[in-house]
Design a protein around this ligand. Sequence first.
Ligand code: GLA
Length: 697
Amino acid sequence: MISYIDNLFVIEMKNSSYVFTGGDVPTALYWGEKLHGEELGYLSKKRGHSSFDPDLDRNREEYGFWDSYSVLESCLKINYEKNRQLDMRFEDYFIRTEGGKESLILRFQNQYSSLKAEIVYEVYPEFDIIGRSMRLINDGEDVVIENLKSGSVSIPPQKHYRVRYLSGKWAGESHRNDQYLENGAFTIQSRTGNTGPHFNPAFALDNGTASEQSGNVWFGLLGYSGNWQITFEKTTFENVKITAGISNYDFSYTLYKNEEICTPIMYVGFTACGYGSMSRILHAFENKYILPRRKMGRVLYNSWEATGFDVRVESQKELAKRAAKIGVELFVIDDGWFGQRHSDRAGLGDWYVNKEKFPNGLVELITYVKSLGLDFGIWVEPESVNPDSDLYRAHPDWVYRFNDREPMQARNQYTLNISKPEVKQFILDFMEKLLSENPDISFVKWDMNKTLLDVSAGNTATDKELWHRHVIALYEIWETLRRHFPNVEFETCSGGGSRVDLGILRFADQCWPSDNTNAYSRLSIQEGFSYFYAPRIMTAWVTDASTGEERKYERPYSYRFHSAMMGMLGIGANISRFSEKTLMEFAKYIAQYKEIRKTIQYGMQYRLSSLLESPLHAVEYISEDGEEIIIFAFHQGFCYDAPEPRLYPQGLCSESLYQVEGMEKPLHGSTLMKAGLETSLYGDFDSKLIRIRRIQN
Ligand code: GLA
C-alpha cells in the first residue's frame, strides 16, 4: 500500500516498509522490517555539518538531479546551452493501479528548461520488491544527457556493510564475492556493451552476519543488457547510498524536443530472513512478473560440443535418433548450419542454409527430428558478422567502426550497428523468414560472442548514444519476434553467460550460464547464478567434459547428471560415440529428471552447503505443495580423517512426517532439520540425489 501523509511517502509491503520524504529533494528515511512508517516524520529534520557538508540529507537522495550541490553520485546530469544545472521542483504525485499492482509516480519540472521528470516506484508488495526508474520528457530545447541512472537507495546505518555480488570471466561466470565497504565508492559495472561476464548487475548487502537462514538482507538487480553501473558510496557520515543505472562510460544521449527516455528498472528488495530467503523471493518474483514462459522446460540436446561447426544433416540425424532414444525432447543444432561457416573465421552474417551440409535444406532434418517425436531448435548470432562474409562485403558500413580505422576483431568478427534501421530490418527479415518458412522451429538460441568494440558510426555527434541504442534495438527485435512467433522459445546466450539480466529476461525463456560445462566448475557457477536468478531458466548440459590428458579428471556420469539436473537438464555429449550401455545410463537419468523436474523448476530452492565453506555441496528443492523434497549432494574429496559429511534439510514442516528414500522409518521434519541426514558420500567426486516425500501433514 502506498500513502502520502505529512510530506512522507510510505510504501508498506508484506514484511517491509520503505519511507522517504516528499518535496523537491525526496530523501530516504527508512527501508527495512515493517513498522509504522507514517510516524517517521520526527526523523526528517535538516542536518548539516559545516560549510563543506551543509546539507547531509543530500547523502540520502532518492534521485539525485545534478545541481552541483551534492558531491555524491548523481542520477541525472544534463547539458544544454543555457544552463546545465538542474533545478527540479516537485509538482505533484499520483498512484497508478495496473493489474492489481500499484505504482507511485512523482512529477518534477525543471525551472530552467521544459524538462519534466517522473520518478517511478512500481510496488510488488507480496515480494517486498520495488521497481525504481525515471522517465524524462523534453517539451523544450534539445538537451544532452551525460548521466542517466534509475535511482538511489539508502541502507539504514549499521556497523558493517558487506556487499555480496557476482564476478567472473568467460567460462568462469557468476562466482560469489564479498566486499566490506570502507569510506569511499565501490563500483561494479560493465563496459563491454552487454551485461558482461565480469560482473552481473545484481547485489545483496547485509551487516556481515546474515546467513542463508537469518539476518537482514537488502538486494537489487538492474534490468539492463548494456553498459551498466552500480555504485555503493559510504560517506564519513555513516551513510550508504547505492545508485544504479546506465554506465557513464563513454555515454551521452541527446534528447530532442518532444522526445522522452526511460531508464532501465532497478528492482530492490528486503528480507529479514537471510540470503536463502532473498533468492527464493527473487525466483518467485521472476517467475510471476519477469519471465515470459509458463511451460515446463524441455530436456534438450545441443550439438555444439559433439560436432562443432561440422553440422551435417547425416551426423545430426544420427545424434537426433540417439537423443530421442534416451528421452531428449528438443533437438538443437548449434553454430555452423549457414553460409560458409566451417569455422569461426567465415560465414557469420550469411543466413542461408549451407547446401553442402544440408543439400535438401533444413526441412530434411526438421522433418526427421519431428518424426522422432522431438521438437527442433536452432542457433543464431544476428548481431555479428565475419569480415569474410557476403554480408560484410556488401555492407562494410553496417559495422561499428571509427573513421578511417579498421574495426577491431574478436573471435574474427565485428558487431553490426543494429540501431541503423536497415540493419535492424535485415535481422528482423532473416529471422522472420527462418521462423515462418520453418514453422517447426520452436526454439532459438540467440548468441553474441564478443564485446562491443569500436562503438562508433564514424565519429558522428551522436556516437556515444550507440551503446544504449544497441540495447534498445535488441529489445525491440526480441519483442517483435516474440509477438510474431508466440510459440517459439528463446534462449539468451553470450559466449556463455554474458547476457543474463532482468532486462533481456523479459523476453528470454531461459539462459546459457556458461560455456564451462565441467560438472564440478558448474557447481560454483550455478550457485552464484542461484543467488539472483531462478533455477528453471538455468540450462546445464551433460557433456564429454574433457578429452585426452584431461580425461583423468572426468567426473562420473552420476556426478555430471546430478550437477546438470539442478536447473534445466540438457545433453551436449557426443552420444553418437556411446555404447548401448552408456545410452541406457543416460536414459535412466533423463527419466529420473522428468519425474522431479516440476519440483526443480517450480519449487523453492535452499542452498544447504556451499563449496566455498565445505567440501560438501548440497542444494535442496521443495515442491510448491511441500510434498516432494529433492536434494543433490556432492562430495569433492575422500579423506580418512574427516567425518562423514552430514546435511541439514531446510524448509520442512517440523511436525510433518517424511519418508527418505532408502531409509527404513519415516522421520519428522524437526528431526531431519535438526539432527541432519548422513550422506554416505565417501569416494572422490561422489554425488547423490536424495528423494524425500511427505507422508503425513
Ligand atoms: C558460444 C556459445 C556456445 C556455442 C558457440 C558457437 O560460445 O556459448 O554454446 O553456441 O558460441 O559458436
